[in-house]
Each structure stands twice: as structure tokens, then as C-alpha cells.
Design a protein around this ligand. Structure first.
Ligand SMILES: Cc1cc2nc3c(=O)[nH]c(=O)nc-3n(C[C@H](O)[C@H](O)[C@H](O)COP(=O)(O)O)c2cc1C
Length: 393
């Protein structure tokens, strides 16, 4: 019927009229309706806010793989809780300039902060660890430890890197595999080798909820989903390539490692001493961010006794649970020479790529300076046990 034909023009006109009067469109334009708006990079003020943005921007399995801890996640929670048990007690405030630069194994750092090794940055950003490194470099050359399970090989990341990089190793049964990996990394510029010795389980319960979203994907798959429940070559739910190595592993790799060797995952003074006896050059106190044995202690609780056992013979690094500059100050006061951040830079990467890594690290650096000022510490050397009151249960 003439006059009633539905032309493309007419239907678009009708749709525009409908939308203009629609409450749906009104709510989109409402400037105060910001509860569903993802904030921009410059609006974020704390590391925690980056986590929320990463949660909003990434798929659930990708977020979950970064978030979860082992089993009941007791240790994951305790890593955070432990910082509440350490008070900063000094009342003296410093108005002078604060200096934060240090050096660990010849690696110069503007702040005693490094990026922990974490797997599969390619899930979070197209350029994977290259973006993380670029972002860390822009934050006063923050050194980065590249994971053994990285999305990109060490030499690919190092090729564009100006700031220092270390490499992390999960011991392999075949010694040639350790040798070729470590030699390649050293040739590409790795300044230290971090050997992770904690036993990471193959199954994280929180990730089991993702299994329908990630058919066929194992831990470390594109979506970082769960490993199969019946895993690998041993019956303990620990990945088949763990639970075999002994302390002598350190002396076995020494012939082809020309840079310092650091043991990551140390949680007892006894193990710290065994590391020293077996030729380790540095101790890295870590519980894998609550992803290793659950119901283990938080790292902050065990740090003082490990520092005492090490007795200043080698540097002590620390991670697990750090989210604030004041957390870093507490770890330094309890004896760490430098700290590493695991999830915090991942939140930066997963929310705004390299720029997010830079910003979140800058926030942590600025918070550390602020906490030092308020505690009357103008240098790293002036940070000591006197500024903290630790009351671990
Ligand atoms: C998603 C994720 C992946 C990780 N991958 C590795 C890894 O490949 N190698 C390693 O030694 N540690 C790995 N870790 C442990 C970190 O190096 C670090 O010990 C831990 O994240 C510190 O705790 P935080 O996340 O509370 O800072 C990983 C941690 C997370 C959260």
C-alpha cells in the first residue's frame, strides 16, 4: 500500500524516535550514572582499583587465574591479614628528601621494588611480557623477573629492554633442559637466576568453576583455566614435574650459571640455611602469593626469623600479599633487602596494558616514599625494626 512501505530510511527514522524517548538512552547519557562506568587510568589512586578495572575488562577465567589461591585460600587471605598485625609505630615525621635507591646483585634500582615472575602475560595484553617490561621500565626502570612460563621467550622480551631483567626457572628433571634454558637467558642478558622451589598444586578450586568456559584448556591455556582434576604423573595433585628435586639441584646447575642464583619459595629458617650450605646466593621469601601449600604461614610472619638465620650473608627478597607502599615499608623494616610484586603489576597490565603497569608501580613507589616520610625514614638504611611493632598471633 503506497505510503505504508517500510523503507530503510523510514525504519531508521522510527528507531531514532523510539530511542530518543526511551529511558534506556536516558540512562546511558546520565552523567551521574557512573557506577557502571570503567574509570580511566588517571582516575585510579590505589593498586586495588586496578584489580577492579582488570576484572571489568578481562574474561572471568582470565581474571580468576590471577586471583585465586590454593584450596581454601587460607594462606592467600593470611598474606594480607599479616600486614594488619604489624604496626608502624614511630611518631617522628621527616621533612627531608627521601632516597630509595639500592642495588641487589649488581642490579641498580631506584626503589627496592621488582616485578615477581608471573606466567602468561599474553592472556592480559597482546604484547604480553613485552608490555609488562615496557611499563616497568617507564616506572623508573623497575627490574623484572621473567617467568619460566612466560608467553614470550626471554630473548624476545630482552631484545627491546633497557632496564634489567632476571630469569626464573622451574627445575626440570632433564638437566639439559635447565642448561639450555638458563644459558639462552644469560646470553640474552639475564642478570640473575631465580629458582622456584615451592610446590605448586595443579588444581585451584576456584578455577574449577571455569571449566565449562574453558573446555579442554589446562592451567596455562589461553584462558588460564583449570588443569584436569586427575593430573599428570604423580597422585598428589602437584604438577608432574615437581616434587622430585633436592637441595643439590643448586650445585648441579652452578656449572652453567655465571650469575647469582636465588632460591624462591623459602618459608623456614632451616631451609634458608640449607640454601646457603648448597651455594645459593640469595633467599627469596615467598609462598607463591598463596598458590602453594594452603594453611602455610604468611610470608611476613616468617620473614624476621629467616632474616635472622641468614644473618646478612646474602640478600633476602620478599613477596606475597604486598598491595600498599606501607606494606613494602613493613617488609623492609622486618629485614627484606627488596620486595617483589606479583599480582599488582598484573592488575596494571590487565587494565591498561603497559601504561597501567607504569602507573600502578608509580603508585606503589609514591606510597612507599609517603610511608617512609611519615615514619621518619629518609633512606633505606634508616628503615629498621624500631619503626614496626609486630604482633603475630
Ligand atoms: C597468576 C600468577 C602466576 C604466577 N606465575 C609464577 C611463575 O610462573 N613462576 C613463579 O616463580 N611464580 C609465579 N607466581 C608467584 C609470583 O611470583 C609471586 O610469588 C606471587 O604472585 C606474590 O604474591 P602477590 O601476587 O600477592 O604479590 C605467580 C603468581 C600469580 C598470581
Amino acid at each position: 500500500m503506497p505510503g505504508f512501505e517500510l523503507t530503510r530510511r523510514k525504519s531508521l527514522h522510527a528507531l531514532a524516535g523510539f530511542l530518543a524517548g526511551s529511558p534506556l538512552l536516558q540512562s546511558q547519557l546520565d552523567p551521574v550514572r557512573d557506577h557502571s562506568r570503567i574509570p580511566g587510568l588517571k582516575e585510579l589512586l590505589t593498586s586495588y582499583e586496578f584489580e577492579a578495572v582488570m576484572y571489568a575488562k578481562q574474561t572471568r577465567p582470565v581474571y580468576n587465574y590471577r586471583a585465586y589461591g590454593e584450596e581454601s585460600e587460607f594462606t592467600l587471605r593470611r598474606n594480607r591479614q599479616a600486614f594488619d598485625w604489624v604496626k608502624l609505630v614511630t611518631s617522628q615525621t621527616s621533612t627531608g628528601n627521601v632516597t630509595t635507591s639500592t642495588e641487589v646483585f649488581g642490579t641498580k634500582m631506584a626503589f627496592p621494588i621488582m616485578v615477581s615472575p608471573t606466567a602468561l602475560h599474553g592472556d592480559l595484553d597482546r604484547d604480553g611480557e613485552q608490555s609488562t617490561h615496557k611499563g616497568a621500565e617507564a616506572a623508573s626502570n623497575t627490574p623484572m623477573i621473567l617467568s619460566n612460563n612466560s608467553s614470550l621467550a626471554f630473548d624476545k622480551v630482552a631484545a627491546a629492554a633497557k632496564s634489567p631483567m632476571w630469569v626464573q626457572l622451574y627445575p626440570k628433571l632433564a638437566m639439559e633442559a635447565n642448561q639450555s634454558y638458563l644459558e639462552a637467558a644469560q646470553a640474552a642478558g639475564a642478570k640473575a637466576v631465580v629458582v622456584t622451589i615451592d610446590q605448586q598444586a595443579s588444581v585451584y578450586e576456584r578455577s574449577l568453576h571455569d571449566r565449562n568456559l574453558n573446555a579442554g584448556g589446562g592451567r596455562g591455556g589461553r584462558f588460564g583455566g583449570p588443569a584436569p582434576v586427575v593430573a599428570g604423573t604423580n597422585p598428589y595433585r602437584v604438577s608432574g614435574n615437581r616434587l622430585w628435586y633436592e637441595w643439590k639441584f643448586f650445585s648441579e646447575i652452578r656449572p652453567f650459571v655465571k650469575v647469582p642464583i636465588i632460591a624462591k619459595g623459602i618459608l623456614t629458617p632451616e631451609d634458608a640455611k640449607l640454601c646457603l650450605e648448597n651455594g645459593v646466593d640469595g633467599i627469596y621469601v615467598s609462598n607463591h602469593g598463596g598458590r602453594s601449600l594452603d594453611y602455610g604461614p604468611s610470608t611476613l610472619e616468617v620473614l624476621p626469623e629467616i632474616v635472622e638465620a641468614v644473618g646478612g650473608k646474602v640478600p633476602v627478597l620478599f613477596d606475597s600479599g604486598l598491595r600498599r607502599g606501607s606494606d613494602i615499608l613493613k617488609a623492609l623494616a622486618l629485614g627484606a633487602n627488596a620486595v617483589c610484586l606479583g599480582r599488582v603489576p598484573l592488575w596494571g597490565l590487565g587494565s591498561f596494558g603497559a601504561a597501567g603497569v607504569t602507573r600502578v608501580l608509580e603508585i606503589m613507589q609514591a606510597e612507599l616514599v609517603e610511608a617512609m616520610k611519615q615514619s621518619g625514614c629518609t633512606s633505606l638504611e634508616s628503615i629498621n625494626r624500631k619503626i614496626v611493632l609486630a604482633n603475630f598471633p
